[in-house]
Design a protein around this ligand. Structure first.
Ligand SMILES: Nc1ncnc2c1ncn2[C@@H]1O[C@H](COP(=O)(O)OP(=O)(O)OP(=O)(O)O)[C@@H](O)[C@H]1O
Length: 245
């Protein structure tokens, strides 16, 4: 099991060093190093099976049985969102947001979080009365209501249609600007990574093979020539040959 060595500083929210993860005799993470700064938004790209979810689960403390070694330092106050919202179907929306939240002002904070994601007035709805996008908004409210230092997100918009996904990008950007968590976002979508992240890292061969700082003013769009340059660079890093097909 990886050790937690207290390697965090005021400006560093995630510190991963020489992380190795094996499943039986298959090495998925092979001495991976990654730091995420306080308030920094990092997008993690990689081919299918490259180990993105494995890394995220290791950071979230969800794979303690896996054989491995190295250092993983993450703040205790971290939240995780997945591709599916994972709401409790027998609880209404507000109690779903309040899961794990204590204190006398919990209800007020939950209501404020729902308002922030555009769901004021839906506190008493049941999860199955909400669309997929709305359920994912509830999941975002739940993940941010505890004011986490770190938000771990595993393809949170992967199941949404293109238009909803674009709206969710805007929402996530706003929420991050307000709450300033460090974010590690796993995605398949190169454009999503460039649109949202301060830095994009590409996982290959069990390590971070490529790192690109995205230096683009907002609002980011395909109309920016530099956007297309980042796109080409990252597609190349992912082994996608744009001249094919
Ligand atoms: N519990 C497990 N037992 C055995 N092998 C596993 C387990 N979890 C993941 N793996 C293997 O580890 C490798 C990396 O999986 P992982 O889900 O991290 O990849 P990924 O980059 O997130 O892929 P995708 O983009 O397709 O979601 C895969 O080959 C997978 O089969």
């Amino acid at each position: 099991m990886a050790t937690h060595a207290g390697g965090l500083t005021a400006t560093r929210t995630v510190h991963v060093q020489r992380l190795v993860r094996r499943f039986e005799n298959r090495t998925v993470l092979d001495g991976l190093d990654l730091d995420v700064g306080a308030g920094e938004f990092v997008a993690l790209l990689g081919r299918s099976g490259s180990g993105k979810s494995t890394l995220l689960r290791a950071l979230a403390g969800l794979d303690r049985d896996v054989v491995g070694s190295g250092t993983v330092d993450v703040p205790e106050n971290s939240s995780v969102v997945f591709q599916d919202a994972r709401l409790l179907p027998w609880q209404r929306v507000l109690p779903n947001v309040l899961l794990g939240l204590r204190g006398t002002d919990a209800v007020r904070r939950g209501q404020a979080a729902l308002a922030e994601v555009g769901l004021a007035g839906r506190e008493r709805a049941w999860p199955n009365e909400l669309s997929g996008g709305e359920q994912q908004r509830v999941a975002l409210a739940r993940s941010l209501v505890s004011e986490p230092e770190l938000l771990l997100a595993d393809e949170p918009f992967g199941a949404l249609d293109a238009l909803t996904r674009i709206k969710m990008h805007g929402l996530l950007r706003e929420l991050c600007a307000r709450h300033r968590p460090a974010v590690l976002l796993v995605t398949h979508d190169v454009d999503e990574a460039i649109t949202l992240a301060d830095r994009v890292v590409v996982l290959d061969g069990g390590r971070i093979a490529v790192e690109v700082t995205i230096d683009l003013p907002a609002p980011r769009s395909h109309r920016q020539p530099q956007f297309l340059a980042y796109q080409e660079l990252l597609l190349h890093a992912l082994g996608v040959d744009q001249t094919e097909g």
